[in-house]
Design a protein around this ligand. Structure first.
Ligand code: SF4
Length: 77
């Protein structure tokens, strides 16, 4: 996973619209608190807000981030 794509979600600003987890359920999901989070498989150090996506999910995580109406998903690295 060293070459993974870094993804960070500013969870506390999530408005629970569901765009990200509908666009890319392989990587994003709704947390118990209603906010978007990284699915367990791709979390970094068990963080709900920070994950590493494999290359084959790059387009998926990017579409989800671009679709976020409050632009709180950051993809890069
Ligand atoms: S698209 Fe943005 S606001 Fe909507 S659920 Fe995902 S992180 Fe939250």
């Amino acid at each position: 996973m060293a070459d993974g794509i870094q993804v960070t979600i500013d969870r506390e600003e999530c408005i629970e619209c569901g765009v990200c987890w509908n666009e890319c359920p392989e990587f994003y999901e709704m947390g118990d608190d209603g906010w978007s989070q990284v699915v367990e498989e791709y979390r970094v150090q068990d963080s709900l807000a920070h994950g590493e996506a494999p290359a084959n999910l790059e387009e998926c995580v990017t579409v989800g981030a671009d679709g976020c109406p409050v632009a709180i998903i950051h993809v890069g690295g």
